[in-house]
Write a protein that binds this ligand. Sequence first.
Ligand SMILES: NC(=O)c1ccc[n+]([C@@H]2O[C@H](COP(=O)([O-])OP(=O)(O)OC[C@H]3O[C@@H](n4cnc5c(N)ncnc54)[C@H](OP(=O)(O)O)[C@@H]3O)[C@@H](O)[C@H]2O)c1
Length: 260
Amino acid sequence: MSLCRGWDAAGHIVGASWNRSPGEALRWGDREIPRHTAIDPQSAGASAICLAVADDALPRVAHMLARAPWPSPSPLVFHLAGSVSLDALEPLARRGAITGSLHPLRSFPEAILRGGVLDGHLCAVTSDSEDGRRRLQRLARDVGGRPVDLDDGDRAAWHLAGVAGSNFLVAMMDFAEQQMARAGMDVETARAGLTLLAEGALRAVREVGPAKALTGPVARGDRSTLERHRRCLADHPRSSEVYEALVAYMTARLGESSGD
Ligand SMILES: NC(=O)c1ccc[n+]([C@@H]2O[C@H](COP(=O)([O-])OP(=O)(O)OC[C@H]3O[C@@H](n4cnc5c(N)ncnc54)[C@H](OP(=O)(O)O)[C@@H]3O)[C@@H](O)[C@H]2O)c1
């Protein structure tokens, strides 16, 4: 939806939206986008079709679309999933579609959906054809994205990087807030302080890279501090497991980078 809004603003004609469940037409400004429950690209005159469904639903939706009427013998059909191979679109390729994917390295949390602009975020582009790749690069640029080519076989590593850089960070902030609550801090104070702290850490990573940005007890080798943390987590086995895994990871990575 955010991307459609961006493409609409960039002058692309967003002709229709197909949804499993019936719902209101999509509206932005004075534009109204019809919403249908049956896939019918022909009636929408679509030259490009974006499959913005849950990753696991892609093969099923591709099969349905492969049986639908098409406006031309070879429309561009692409999905938005970071880790799903173009193999999921194979029934469409077999029928003559140009297939591809466009994966924005940006999270769109439902709670704060605003605009459709990618604002310089990387956007991985994969296609089974040069024409498809160029069209997807343009679609990425038109919503402010920075397209990068991604081989279909490298998708899992690309997506894992995105999950670590976004979802894991969010999980870490939750972990940190839990400890702040245990230290008697209210959520508002804790969140303000921790996000400021995290922003500083991210700035340092951007400027000097993770190895030099790392401060704290692992970087200093302060074992007694690590022991105090461990005692503090003694009754929290899940958090303790996460803590030990991260300390082990940081220790090993520091060892590797000092040998460079
Ligand atoms: N959200 C992000 O931050 C983000 C970032 C980059 C890429 N993506 C990719 O964008 C795609 C969409 O993600 P999203 O976060 O927008 O997901 P979402 O909000 O959960 O929406 C998923 C849509 O898929 C539909 N769907 C689920 N199962 C289906 C099925 N079996 N058959 C037909 N439709 C089905 C749902 O339809 P109903 O409404 O009828 O249930 C819903 O409209 C995914 O491939 C995801 O990997 C998401």
